[in-house]
Write a protein that binds this ligand. Structure first.
Ligand code: E4P
Length: 213
């Protein structure tokens, strides 16, 4: 499973990429607004570090989505145009697919939406599991259902598990065979941690010190 960082913070991208585990970055208008700065420069800086950077269109009509996404894709070959899961978005995704422009369908909350995005030619779809959990539904159940459909349909569209909230989401997504998981910085920092690793290392180091002259 590929691991993406869900952030528009370039310092965070540099930090996690240095671990050698980062396959891409997802941004969205809220994340970009939180960080401030120039959107194009931010995205281009990330493209220097990872091979896949999702940049979301903010238009809502397909013609404008196409214009915006075409411009984004001209900035760098690592850019994936992120398009919301609407009927206008489907038209834009279909257009981009015909042009060989990669897309990530965002705000997917149901299996029918996932199927439509895949049929329109999306490179990736992003089911938002945390937001489903937030309203008392089972986000991971959606991933299980989508992966079951994918096994029958053999769609080439990658399933990108989004809106993750804790390490268990990453484990469960991997066990279900999801292709990608995008992880917020705070959750990413928890992934390498284990108290037994810390105490074990402490013991090794203190034992080693005892025999040093
Ligand atoms: C995915 O690409 C989105 O940016 C993200 O995962 C949304 O997560 P949130 O529900 O924590 O805002």
């Amino acid at each position: 499973m590929k691991l993406f960082l869900d952030s528009a913070n370039i310092t965070y991208v540099e930090e996690i990429a240095a671990w050698g585990v980062l396959d891409g970055v997802t941004t969205n208008p809220s994340l970009v607004a939180k960080e401030g700065g120039d959107f194009r420069q931010t995205v281009l800086a990330m493209c220097q570090i990872v091979p896949c950077v999702s940049a979301q269109v903010t238009a809502t009509e397909s013609a404008e989505m196409i214009a915006q996404g075409t411009e984004y894709s001209s900035w760098h070959k690592h850019i994936v145009v992120k398009v919301p899961m609407t009927t206008e978005g489907l038209k834009a995704i279909h257009h981009f697919s015909g042009k060989g422009i990669k897309t990530n369908t965002t705000l997917v909350f149901s299996v029918p939406q996932a199927i439509l995005a895949a049929k329109a030619g999306a490179t990736m779809i992003s089911p938002f599991i945390g937001r489903l959990d937030d309203i008392g539904e089972d986000g991971m159940r959606l991933i299980a259902d989508i992966m079951e459909v994918w096994r029958h349909e053999r769609f080439s569209t990658e399933v990108l598990v989004a809106s993750t909230r804790h390490p268990r989401h990453i484990v469960d997504a991997a066990k279900l065979g999801a292709h990608i998981c995008t992880v917020p910085y705070e959750v990413f920092k928890k992934l390498p941690m284990h108290p037994l690793t810390d105490s074990g290392l402490q013991k090794f180091l203190s034992d080693w010190q005892k025999v040093q002259k």
